[in-house]
Design a protein around this ligand. Structure first.
Ligand code: NFS
Ligand code: SF4
Length: 649
């Protein structure tokens, strides 16, 4: 591990340059928090009522229960469930905002927005059962938006539309028999908070299943978010850009957009062009827009905006002294950024009523007047350019070229050049023939408990070498973009022979330069990852738990990461997490999510903090699924029957 607990050369350079200044970052504060409380680390601390905190030790008589009598398994499962409720709230509230924006757009109440992707609108409308024939796009959009908003609060018991239309019959049946179908997003979250209230559910199995229902609500919310964002802002297509702190420009006004929701950031991208002259008049060479975290991913995917950095190093973007403003909306914005600004001229501008940081500027984003709000933000940034301190400027020279923008639609379009009749067959045939071992999706965050970006890169290189096709979202995608793994160069350097052959073949047929790791978007775009495995399984005539498809969050951090992992498991995907979440205080809950889940759903969690071992485990899971698939396919061919639906052991 380096002195600075990061493998990112730009981050190391900034931390080194600032080491004599009294600036606290997440890297320092992690050290300051050591040792962290073991009760909290293992999940056996309960603060759900104010008789607590109760800290239980199951082996110690008298201390083995909370004051109310709650045992370790109740406490651990309640804590985990509440993480999921938090994650589902964040993702789905984001989705709700996009749905409101689409509705307001259709009703003429958000005049600065329009439906940019009519094709996607029609595809989504068809999928969710909105009438298309002879209707105008605004009317279709209105019905789609209302249908999406209905998924949040309907009072009937049938599953949410955006869940039901996106999964296969086998999963529908599974979710029905396990009673985790979510009938309404808000209801599932509220019910889970109720279920985990002091003195309601004490049964850990029941609580975990309640958690899974909320996790499916999380999935529903993020599917709405992806679909409706594509309708409003366009479905991503391959786009070239660059990543890491070297994307900041010394002589330009540098504006970073950080957070999650593309409603604001898309408008900023729009107005930046019209305000370039104002920046020039103010002594700059123009405006340079860069992204951080998932807002960064959203505008990278659709508009090719360069990615400055990911979650773990967000404060370091300010410590370049070159950032004139950081505009933030919601989620994953470290409050510590404001304190760093005390030493630099950077202005933090918050934009959402319920997401403020003491000391930062606040310009409330107004949907009805979006363009004007965005102009105000950019103008404030231009003005702040004059407050720069040359002596504090330090832009690391690290920057990598990347190609992003791989929505499933874009991938299938590219694949269609190699296989016009069955585009997805490009990938499924490669799995069936053994050319590749399977697919791995990298998701999730940075986590100070481990070396910044290290495990993400290490596991991916190991899997690529072993012919695993890689896709990524979120801050994992941020890591890959900074390390040149979302470029053609990445294929040359790290792909094994089968993977190289496959990517080369698609590249030759399509004429599109392809990366080692396919950037599928922000964290809500894990819905795209789900659609990828869903499409693959349908094409191969198997169920998801049979598919050689795994997921990993080497640096999972947020509640959202936990809810994503949980619905992936419920959908049938083995899901590795590289940081131990607080559940090992209850062996029962640990077994539930790592073992029992496998029997019930086919998916399960794999907790492994060692990157090398994690890669080996993921490979082993892929190989065992591929082997079974081959055995069943051969049997099916020999006896002219369909392939067996069987979970792996
Ligand atoms: Ni996902 Fe994206 Fe990053 Fe983690 Fe946060 S920005 S929504 S939660 S930290 S990947
Ligand atoms: Fe303690 Fe029970 Fe209250 Fe939790 S709910 S803090 S275990 S008394």
């Amino acid at each position: 591990m380096s002195d600075y607990r990061t493998i990112d050369p730009a981050a190391t350079e900034i931390l080194e340059a600032a080491k004599d200044r009294d600036i606290s970052t997440q890297f320092d504060r992690y050290e300051a928090q050591q040792p962290q409380c073991k009760f909290g680390l293992t999940g056996i601390c309960c603060k759900i009522c104010i008789q607590g905190p109760c800290r239980v030790i199951s082996s110690k008589k008298g201390a083995d229960k909370g004051i109310c009598g709650a045992r370790d398994y109740t406490i651990v499962s309640r804590n985990v469930a509440r993480y999921i409720a938090g994650g589902a709230s964040a993702h789905s509230d984001h989705g709700r905002d996009i749905a409101h924006t689409l509705l307001s757009t259709a009703e003429g109440k958000a005049p600065d927005y329009r439906v940019r992707d009519s094709e996607k609108l029609h595809a989504v409308a068809k999928k969710v059962g909105v009438e298309l024939d002879g209707r105008r796009d605004v009317d279709i959009a209105k019905d789609v938006a209302i249908k999406a908003l209905t998924d949040f609060g309907k009072y009937t018991d049938e599953p949410c539309t955006w869940l039901d239309v996106n999964i296969d019959d086998e999963r529908k049946k599974k979710f029905k028999t396990t009673r985790i179908n979510t009938p309404a997003i808000d209801r599932s979250v509220v019910q889970l908070l109720h279920e985990t209230h002091m003195g309601t559910d004490a049964d850990p199995v029941n609580i975990i299943f309640g958690g899974l229902q909320a996790a499916l609500a999380d999935f529903t919310g993020m599917s709405i978010s992806t679909d409706l964002s594509d309708i409003l802002f366009g479905t991503p297509e391959p786009v070239k850009t660059s990543a890491n702190l070297g994307v900041l420009r010394k002589s330009m006004v540098n504006l970073a957009i950080h957070g999650h929701n593309p409603v604001l950031s898309e408008m900023i991208v729009d107005v930046v062009d019209e305000l370039q002259d104002e920046a020039r008049k103010n002594g700059a060479d123009g405006i340079n827009l860069v992204g951080i975290c998932c807002t960064g991913n959203e505008v990278l995917m659709r508009r090719g905006v360069p990615m400055a950095t990911n979650f773990g190093s967000q404060e370091l973007a300010i410590m370049t002294g070159a950032l004139d403003a950081m505009v933030v909306d919601v989620q994953c914005i470290a409050p510590g950024i404001q304190e760093v600004c005390n030493c630099y001229h950077t202005l933090v501008i918050s934009t959402v009523k319920f997401s403020k940081i003491p000391g930062s500027a606040h310009i409330e984003f107004d949907l009805a007047n979006a363009r004007e709000s965005a102009r105000q933000i950019v103008r404030l940034t231009i003005k702040n350019f004059g407050n720069r301190r040359e002596d504090l400027m330090h832009i690391p020279a690290f920057k990598k070229d990347i190609i992003g923008g791989f929505s499933l639609e874009a991938m299938l379009d590219i694949f269609s050049k190699a296989n016009p009749k069955r585009p997805i067959g490009v990938l499924s045939d490669a799995v069936q023939s053994g050319e590749i071992k399977g697919i791995c999706a990298f998701a999730g965050c940075n986590n100070q408990k481990v070396e910044h970006d290290a495990a993400i890169i290490k596991i991916a290189r190991e899997l690529a070498k072993n012919d695993v096709f890689l896709v990524s979202t979120g801050c994992s995608a941020g890591a890959f973009s900074k390390f040149g793994m979302m470029s053609q160069e990445g294929v040359d350097l790290y792909a094994g022979p089968g993977l190289k052959k496959l990517i080369g073949r698609i590249q030759d047929a399509s004429g599109v330069g392809l990366p080692l790791v396919f950037h599928m978007g922000s964290c809500v775009d894990n819905s795209r990852v789900q659609q990828l495995w869903h499409t693959l399984a349908l094409d191969m005539g198997i169920s998801v738990p049979e598919l050689p498809f795994v997921a990993t969050a080497p640096e999972a951090t947020s509640e959202k990461a936990i809810s994503i992992g949980s619905w992936m498991v419920a959908m049938g995907i083995p899901c590795h997490v590289g940081v131990m979440p607080p559940i090992d205080g209850s062996p029962l809950v640990f077994d539930l999510v790592t073992q029992v889940a496998r029997d019930v759903f086919g998916g399960y969690f794999i907790f492994e903090t060692d990157a090398e071992k994690a890669a080996a485990k993921l490979l082993q899971r892929l190989e065992s699924r591929a082997w079974r698939l081959g055995v069943h396919r051969k049997a099916a061919e020999a006896y002219n029957t369909s392939a067996n639906v069987l979970y792996e052991s």
